[in-house]
Design a binder for this molecule. Structure first.
Ligand code: NAD
Length: 351
């Protein structure tokens, strides 16, 4: 079988992870790149030997040689580009979050369902080796039903500025940007239970704190601290129809120490993915901490992206359903938008 021709749309910060992984996949050929900023597209093309450079993604999609695209642009372009790509007969890998609103998510879902194309969402944490390892334990009932989980993704300083801080282009702040990762991995490992309600709070108390010195952080390719219309932090309780609950707190900035924790608790055992991979249970009246022996106990950025891209190429070539399909993005947008609505109205929202 010949190589699959790939185009990457958006040549900013995260595109490098996509480009590097496609480059290492012998079934994929990096065929085209597109960015509004032609210098950025040129630089990626030079580095990865990409022959076709575009600044208008619609011209790129008109090339029938392109079989699949990665969408690595601002969140406000995800829906428009994903739908146009599907309609142009391309398979789509779209970065998280799927889009900004439930309505956009449903439009994407309709486009995917009326095509024979694949859409995979870049929920990169699902592609970590340890996530797939834990999934086996969960599926075998090792922890019993998971009835409680909690996660904190706290950046004391980490508003990426530019479009991330512009609600029109991002759809929101830390909740939709980093909260989506941790809510998704827990929801996935819980077996994707149906959400019943969400009750959330968002705060805009500290601003982006661009004044802070001596500490660096992730920035949009076009960093600009001049505009900030997103929340600094959000907290939420999510209730599921099966009675389980999930507590979340996330921030771009907070008077706190950085924290990254993901913890799930079941009747027969629990597990923590972060800060440290550990399983917890009770045997013979004794409580045990068990540490899986694995090459990748921490978050392995390159490996996770390589697995994500390899999975996408596999699905495209073999007509398989991705492990992060559009339906999961629709559910996630209901959760995230429900949380923003809950925070705005000061009430719990039934989904
Ligand atoms: N999976 C992860 O861990 C992860 C990490 C960071 C970002 N992301 C996601 O990746 C996406 C991009 O984030 P980023 O950090 O690379 O942002 P970025 O600002 O660094 O890059 C975005 C690029 O998209 C380009 N762009 C915007 N609109 C365009 C258009 N209409 N046509 C062509 N190019 C266009 C911009 O010029 C820019 O170069 C976002 O959706 C973000 O949520 C995912």
């Amino acid at each position: 079988m010949k190589q699959t021709n790939i185009a990457v749309i958006g040549a900013g910060s995260i595109s490098e992870a996509h480009l590097k992984a496609y480059d290492r996949n012998s079934d994929a050929k990096l065929y085209a790149i597109c960015d509004l900023n032609v210098e950025r597209a040129n630089a990626a093309a030079r580095k990865y030997g990409i022959a076709n450079i575009y600044t208008d993604y619609r011209e790129l999609l008109a090339d029938p040689s392109i079989e699949a695209v990665s969408i690595c642009t601002w969140n406000n372009k995800h829906a428009e580009m994903a739908i146009a790509a599907i309609e142009a007969g391309k398979h789509v890998l779209v970065e998280k979050p799927l889009c900004r609103t439930v309505e956009e998510a449903l439009q994407i879902q309709r486009a995917v369902r009326s095509s024979n194309k694949i859409l995979q969402i870049g929920y990169v944490r699902r592609f970590e080796p340890k996530a797939q390892m834990l999934r086996k334990f969960v599926d075998e009932g090792e922890f019993g039903d998971i009835y409680f989980a909690k996660t904190s993704y706290i950046r004391r300083l980490g508003n990426p500025g530019g479009w991330f801080a512009d609600i029109e282009r991002s759809g929101g702040g830390p909740l939709i940007d980093i909260g989506v990762h941790v809510i998704d991995i827990i929801w996935y490992l819980m077996g994707k239970p149906k959400v019943k309600s969400v009750s959330g709070n968002t705060y805009r108390q500290l601003g982006n704190r661009a004044n802070v010195e001596n500490l660096s952080f992730y920035k949009a390719a076009d960093y600009d601290a001049g505009k900030n219309t997103v929340e600094d932090m959000a907290n939420v309780m999510i209730r599921f129809e099966n009675g389980a609950s999930l507590l979340v707190d996330v921030s771009f900035t907070l008077h706190a120490k950085d924290e990254s924790s993901i913890r799930c608790f079941g009747q027969r055992g629990g597990f923590e993915i972060e800060p440290e991979l550990v399983l917890v249970t009770e045997k013979h009246n004794t409580i045990l901490n068990m540490q899986p022996q694995t090459d990748s106990p921490g978050f392995q950025f390159d490996t996770a992206f390589q697995n994500e891209i390899d999975h996408f190429i596999d699905c495209v070539r073999q007509g398989k359903e991705p492990i992060s399909p559009v339906e999961d993005g629709v559910e996630m947008m209901k959760i995230l938008c429900g949380i923003y609505e809950s925070a705005a109205k000061g009430v719990e929202i039934l989904l």
